[in-house]
Write a protein that binds this ligand. Structure first.
Ligand code: SF4
Length: 410
């Protein structure tokens, strides 16, 4: 995955670019404990994907690694020290980098942080692209978690969605990680992919649960505008599953994974006890984060910004020492807090209103009356100050958001 989505239901104040002096103030008020680094290279395009990535090219990737260091240096020159608790290197396909560039990337990041508070450092990998040297470079830098984009567990399905690995690659890469000394490993699966029957889905989830992994992300397929899959739908070559089928397939996954000892701690995420992804938990708990690389987004205080989604423009700006940020939004304090509250509803632990000590009394009153209405509708449930979505509520997240968002006051 890349940086998490930002809710767009609010009126925002949009700016072009951002003054470094503004940024210094924001950063000094909000120390950053979570870093995301985007590696925008892939060896092809999967049929369902619209994330920002370009075809891998060694020369361009090598130059990109240096530009990324330049962006981090811009921060270090003016902001407080980067002392993260979690780092997530995603893409794209970070593991697509050649061994030398891959090792250089990790050392560049490592040398630009204070690692004394670091507890989790994840890197995304495509099965078939891991090597013992890459795993050794991860260990040397302090990476302790790998997330593999598996997506499906039959070769026919993998080919149908234009993945560039096989089921055998999954097994080989899991062994490579484990033998290299990294045992905190997760995989992603997608439900309702083209041509997959319910029986095949059930068998794939059961197979995934038997793999030596501690974490599974299970997403329902979405047809994104601009994806190759959207073209296939348009041409009548594939009919997406309806909502009931999607819910049924996700329920199958929850049941199989639950029996295998994985608990569902977020809408789409399952983990063995103690192996939740701390970085993504931080997003959902509403913590601030800083994103580096093209198309990476950041959330700091009431500010949201996104870097330019063009690797060439990004490299040119970073090499010239110019800002790589493209868009900045400023939320008002109520919208900011409500956005953070909404992310929390993705979690099985729900949200504790006591955590929102900064919210004004009117906002708390608005949330409490909205939650009382939602409770009457069977959408949320309360235990003390903690509110969680019911199974019905999980299907009605947009409705919950509409209820909780206060009317905008200009
Ligand atoms: S490997 Fe990941 S980022 Fe690259 S095209 Fe496929 S899904 Fe998208």
């Amino acid at each position: 995955m890349t940086s998490p989505p930002v809710f767009t239901l609010y009126t925002r104040r949009r700016h072009e670019g951002m003054l470094q002096s503004d940024m210094d103030v924001v950063l000094n008020q909000h120390p950053i404990r979570h870093l995301y680094v985007h590696i925008p290279f892939c060896s092809g395009k999967c049929s369902y994907c619209v994330l920002y990535s370009v075809m891998y090219d060694e020369q361009r990737a090598s130059r990109y690694v240096e530009a990324l260091s330049g962006e981090m240096d811009q921060w270090r020159r003016t902001g407080p020290p980067l002392k993260p608790e979690t780092i997530f290197i995603g893409g794209g396909t970070p593991s697509s980098l050649a061994e030398d560039s891959f090792a250089r990337l990790l050392q560049h990041v490592r040398s630009r942080i204070d690692p004394s508070a670091l507890v989790e450092w994840t890197i995304e990998a495509q099965p078939g692209t891991l090597t013992p040297r890459k795993v050794a470079a991860m260990l040397a830098a302090g990476v302790n978690r790998i997330s593999f984009g598996v997506q499906a567990l039959t070769d026919a399905t993998l080919q149908r969605i234009f993945r560039r690995h096989s089921v055998a690659d999954v097994e080989t890469s899991l062994a490579c990680a484990r033998e290299g000394g990294i045992d905190n490993v997760g995989i992603d699966l997608i439900a309702c992919l083209p041509g997959v029957t319910s029986d095949e889905w059930r068998a794939s989830v059961a197979q995934a649960a038997r793999l030596p992994v501690q974490h599974l992300s299970v997403y329902a397929l979405t047809i994104e505008d601009g994806s190759l899959l959207a073209d296939q739908v348009e041409r009548g070559e594939f009919t997406p599953a309806d909502d009931d089928t999607q819910v049924a397939e996700l329920d199958v996954a929850e049941s199989i994974l639950g029996e295998a000892g994985f608990h569902r701690y977020e809408f789409s995420n399952y983990a063995r006890p103690g192996r939740e992804c701390l970085h993504n938990l931080a997003y959902w708990r509403g913590n601030d984060y800083l994103g580096f690389g093209p198309a990476a987004s950041s959330r700091v205080g009431t500010e949201r910004w996104t870097n330019v989604a063009d690797v060439n423009a990004y490299v040119a700006a970073a090499e010239a020492g110019n800002p790589v940020r493209r868009e900045r939004d400023t939320l008002d304090a109520r919208a900011d807090l409500t956005e953070r509250l909404m992310f929390g509803f993705r979690l099985a632990e729900g949200v504790n209103l006591d955590r929102f000590a900064d919210a004004d009394a009117d906002l708390i009153t608005h949330w409490k009356s909205a939650l009382a209405r939602l409770s009457d509708q069977g959408v949320v449930t309360q235990q003390g100050a903690r509110w969680t979505l019911t199974p019905t509520g999980r299907l009605l997240a947009d409705h919950v958001a509409e209820e909780l968002i206060p009317a905008h006051r200009d």
